[in-house]
Each structure stands twice: as structure tokens, then as C-alpha cells.
Design a protein around this ligand. Structure first.
Ligand code: SAM
Length: 309
């Protein structure tokens, strides 16, 4: 595609991650809040979201993921999805608490699939992590509703926490196994956003354990992500930290819940504000500007990045 967006490091932008609110009904101890600074003064409007996604598709963006906060806190989430242009993949990452009542309407509106955060299947641990032990049963209902609505494959996001859920991986694999291939387990390395370094798990040693247990391993070149097939379940290990391959292959531009283009999860000093009154032409130029200032956060492997250009 001629008009694709390439940053100065040769990375093509093909996906957009849109945070639609900072409001959330859980209070996870580690939440990175999509790297946003708190600013509850403005919540990005449906119109700005749709105009931005539409302009991004002109540059070949085909994938949009919604996040937050908790995206289902917005009552107009279905309206937002319905108003989007034609895309290859529309997904959302949700804590699942409100999903049982909304999965069908979200699927009818055009949502293709969901990632559901499920850091523990144990009520006490779930409560320690999220501050809301009683929400666990609602999330489990939400997973069933998402399957019924066809929002599959569902990825269960489990951020690993030393001393809390590190020994629950087998439970999570057994749980995923019940869904006959419709559920993928994503084990996520904790990023230290809220002074939570005491919970960091030794990911190298976990990787070795997964390797020894897997009947089959696949490595996604993008992001150096490995998929392990264990007891018939697909288990993906997400290692964002100090992972220069992760940065080198980052194809994502972000729109924040306050309506700013954000070129990198890890930075807030290079945001570009899209005012509600911005015209489509202005937004097109802002997207180009955001692409121009994109740079990998972890640059210790710059040579590798430059070789790909
Ligand atoms: N409320 C939604 C949810 O719980 O999925 C969406 C927002 S949440 C910020 C999006 C994703 O980021 C979730 O899958 C969550 O597990 C992940 N996440 C949040 N904080 C993280 C951290 N410190 N390290 C790694 N992943 C994190």
C-alpha cells in the first residue's frame, strides 16, 4: 500500500489501540492504565473516535483494539462500534464484569473478539488483585456469554504475580481446556507501573517450564511471542519488558481516553491532542505527525531495527 504510515525506524503502523474511558469498576493493584496520565476532565467523544479510526484506515490501519479503564463502562460502546468504518479486526480488552449482559449486543454491533482479564480463578486471590472478590462469578458468566455470542477466540489475560497467582497457571490451563479451543491463555509479564516490583515473576524460568511441558511451540516473529501447546491448550507468553523485539515490531498507534494520539505506551511527553472540533483533514495530518515522532522505547537493539528497513 502506497499511503501506509511508516515511522523513521521503518515500522509500519497497522493497528490502533483506543482507550475510551479511564473509568473502571475494578481497582487492579498493577494496572498500567494504558500508560495514561490521569485527566478526568475530558472523555474522548464517539465522533472523535470514529473520525480518528476512519482517517487511520486511509493509511491502511485494519485492526482496532478498545481498552480503558473498562471499555464497558461506556454505555455508548455499541454505538461507537457500529459507527466504525470497515475493518478486518475489531477487538476489546475487558475485565468481563459487565460482559454477560452486553456480549450479544457488542457482537451484533460488529465486535469480533475479546480479551478478558482473569488474573485468578480463586475468589480470595481475585479479590486481592482487583479489590472485588464478588466480581469473579460475573466474569465467569461473561466468558460464557462471550462464547455464546461468538466473540472467539477469547484470550484470557493473566498478569503473573509472585506470591499471589504464580502457582495458578495449571488451574488456568485446565479452565481454558473446557472451552474446546475457543479460549487461549495469555500469560503476561508484569510491567512495573505502580511500584509493584515485589510481584515480578522470574519469566526466564517460567519460559523453561513451559518449554518442557509443551508438545508443540510456535514463535510469532512479531514481538518475539511464543505460543506453547500444553495439554491441548494454546498458551501465549507476553514479555513486554526490556524486549527490544517487542519495540522493533511495534505496529501500534494509540488514542487516549482524553483524545490524544499517543505514539508509545511508555511515554507521555509526545502526545498530540485531537480536539472534538478537529476536521478529518486535520486529524489526517496529526496522524502523520504522530508517525513521524514514533521511536522505539527500548533502543538497545537499534541495529536489528534498522536492518529491517
Ligand atoms: N479494564 C480492561 C481489562 O481489565 O482488561 C482493560 C484495561 S487493562 C489496562 C488492559 C490490559 O492490560 C489487561 O489485559 C491487563 O491485564 C493489562 N495490564 C494492566 N496493567 C498491566 C501491567 N502492569 N503489566 C502488564 N499488563 C498489564
Amino acid at each position: 500500500m502506497n499511503n501506509m504510515l511508516m515511522d523513521p525506524y521503518g515500522r509500519v503502523i497497522s493497528s490502533l489501540r483506543v482507550s475510551i474511558t479511564q473509568r473502571c469498576n475494578l481497582n487492579c493493584i498493577y494496572c498500567h492504565e494504558e500508560g495514561e496520565e490521569s485527566n478526568p476532565k475530558r472523555e474522548v467523544s464517539l465522533d472523535t473516535i470514529v473520525k480518528t479510526v476512519t482517517m487511520a484506515t486511509e493509511f491502511g490501519v485494519k485492526k482496532v483494539k478498545f481498552s480503558g479503564g473498562e471499555p464497558l463502562m461506556r454505555n455508548d460502546f455499541e454505538d461507537i462500534i457500529r459507527a466504525l468504518p470497515d475493518l478486518k479486526d475489531i477487538s476489546a480488552t475487558t475485565n468481563g464484569v459487565l460482559l454477560s449482559k452486553r456480549a450479544a449486543s457488542l457482537a451484533q454491533s460488529g465486535l469480533d473478539r475479546v480479551n478478558i482479564s482473569l488474573p485468578s480463578l480463586n475468589k480470595e486471590n481475585y479479590g486481592k488483585i482487583t479489590g472485588s472478590p464478588h466480581s469473579l462469578s460475573k466474569v465467569l458468566d461473561g466468558i460464557d456469554a462471550a462464547i455464546d455470542a461468538g466473540l472467539a477466540p477469547i484470550k484470557l489475560n493473566m498478569v503473573l504475580l509472585k506470591g499471589i497467582n504464580e502457582f495458578e497457571i495449571d488451574d488456568a490451563i485446565n479452565f481454558a481446556d473446557r472451552y474446546n479451543g475457543n479460549v487461549i491463555l495469555q500469560l503476561i509479564e508484569l510491567m512495573n507501573f505502580k511500584n509493584v516490583s515485589q510481584y515480578m515473576v522470574d519469566i526466564d524460568s517460567l519460559e523453561k517450564t513451559l518449554e518442557s511441558r509443551a508438545t508443540f511451540i510456535k514463535e510469532r516473529q512479531m514481538h518475539r511471542r511464543k505460543k506453547y501447546f500444553i495439554d491441548g491448550v494454546e498458551v501465549e507468553l507476553v514479555r513486554p519488558i526490556d524486549n527490544s523485539s517487542f519495540c522493533a515490531n511495534c505496529n501500534r498507534l494509540r488514542l487516549t481516553s482524553t483524545g490524544k494520539l499517543k505514539p508509545c505506551l511508555m511515554r507521555n511527553d509526545n502526545l498530540i491532542e485531537i480536539k472534538d472540533e478537529a476536521t478529518p483533514d486535520e486529524i489526517r495530518e496529526m496522524i502523520k505527525d504522530a508517525a513521524k515522532i514514533r521511536e522505539p522505547y527500548y533502543k538497545n537493539n537499534l541495529k536489528q531495527i534498522m536492518c529491517k528497513i
